[in-house]
Design a protein around this ligand. Structure first.
Ligand SMILES: Cc1ncc(COP(=O)(O)O)c(C=O)c1O
Length: 387
């Protein structure tokens, strides 16, 4: 059975060229980048090249990039690093209601440790209320953390406008964005957005899992989370994941020329999916922003359970998800749908389709047909019996 993989926001399949480069690094570039001999220098050079590549794509300096074990660590590193560095009597930190758990959980942790946490609400499309943000920032505010692209809805926040609001209200406040779902999919300019910190991850762009990076603007006060040998300019100790970093770099290299063009192709595919599914299945809702990230499509089916639909599609070789993979183990699974005010009868029947360049129009036809069949069958089962 041919597999149709539509869960690319959860993770992507490693590109063969990425795997090849990683294998070569594992076998031939195995020195510790901290070693003084030439094998160490060769490893250090490989890491340096990827650092420069990321900096070029973010339009910042190479010294402002630090490697991590992925998006979760990156978000923790920035949020905890800012809070632990300040340790003032009165501190306020601000985020949005639809952040990834690797942001929201850290905020909840601090809320329980007597730090004032403000969670900004969103509209029906998932855009944060900018006026709410503007009034929430005061002189005690040390951090604003707002994601660039939402992982469940694909909604894109206006980071430039947010940056302007943050810095106008309190120039000393650190502005951070989780950009895990946006990197190498939509362009970002950290300077134009007045960002002090940005989180990236490798496995959403055909790179390996367990590697990522953060941008930290020069001069931003952040306490390191992981201490030890002083790697990554003392910001993140531990021997560098050289094969992972090289793989991340190759994934970026493979996308940097093509992602702007790919964007339109994926947009066309997403539009086609919406047109077909709307024509073939009644009583559905497309959630999120129509001009958001084309890579994510969030659909709710009334009178269907998302999980049942997911497994029925899986039996046909089609892989989708309900909400985000990262929060599927959590108690409050549907906090994003709740935040956009989705009606109760649609919430349970929500799936996320996330595209990649490997998906064709034929795949969309097959998937929509399978959804139409399954949804019709499931709805027959739940239809109340006639007397
Ligand atoms: C928006 C967002 N932030 C952070 C993460 C966590 O990244 P990682 O899986 O690299 O820890 C994810 C992963 O799904 C994500 O979608």
């Amino acid at each position: 059975m041919r597999e149709i993989y539509l869960d690319n926001a959860a993770t992507t399949r490693v590109h063969p060229q990425v795997a090849e480069k990683m294998m070569d690094t594992l076998v031939n570039n195995y020195g510790n980048p901290s070693s003084l001999h030439r094998l160490g220098i060769k490893g250090e050079q490989a890491v340096k090249e990827v650092r420069e590549l990321i900096a070029k794509n973010l339009r910042c300096q190479a010294q402002e990039i630090y490697f991590t074990s992925g998006g979760t660590e990156g978000n923790n590193m920035i949020i905890q690093g800012v809070v632990e560095n300040k340790k003032r009597n009165r501190m306020r930190i601000i985020t949005s209601a639809i952040e990834h758990p690797s942001v929201l959980d850290v905020f909840t942790f601090y809320e329980n440790h007597h730090i004032e946490v403000v969670v900004i609400g969103v509209d029906a499309q998932g855009h944060i209320h900018l006026d709410e943000l503007a009034t929430a920032i005061n002189e005690d505010t040390i951090l604003v953390s707002i994601m660039g692209v939402n992982n469940e809805l694909g909604t894109i926040q206006d980071l430039k406008a947010i940056g302007k609001i943050v810095k106008a209200a309190n120039p000393k406040c650190v502005f951070h964005a989780d950009f895990v779902q946006g990197f190498m999919k939509i362009p970002v300019d950290v300077k134009a957005c007045e960002l002090d910190a940005l989180t990236l991850s490798g496995h959403k762009i055909f790179g390996p899992k367990g590697v990522g990076a953060v941008y930290i603007k020069k001069g931003t006060d952040i306490k390191p989370l992981v201490r030890g040998g002083g790697q990554e300019s003392n910001m993140r100790s531990g021997t560098e994941n050289v094969p992972g970093i090289v793989g991340f770099g190759e994934a970026i290299r493979l996308r940097q020329e093509s992602f702007m063009g790919e964007h339109q192709e994926i947009q066309n595919l997403r539009n086609y999916f919406i047109k077909e599914v709307t024509a073939k299945v009644e009583d559905i809702k497309i959630n999120g922003e129509s001009n958001g990230s084309p890579y994510v499509l969030n659909i709710s089916f009334n009178r269907v359970r998302g999980e049942v639909l997911l497994h029925s599609l899986e039996a046909k070789g089609i892989f989708v998800s309900t909400g985000s993979a990262c929060s599927s183990h959590k108690k409050e699974k549907q906090y994003v749908l709740k935040a956009i005010g989705l009606a109760e009868e649609y919430k349970e029947g929500t799936i996320r389709i996330s595209f990649s360049k490997d998906i064709s129009k034929d795949d969309v036809d097959t998937t929509v047909e399978a959804i139409a069949q399954t949804v019709t069958g499931l709805r027959l089962l739940v239809k109340p019996r006639r007397k």
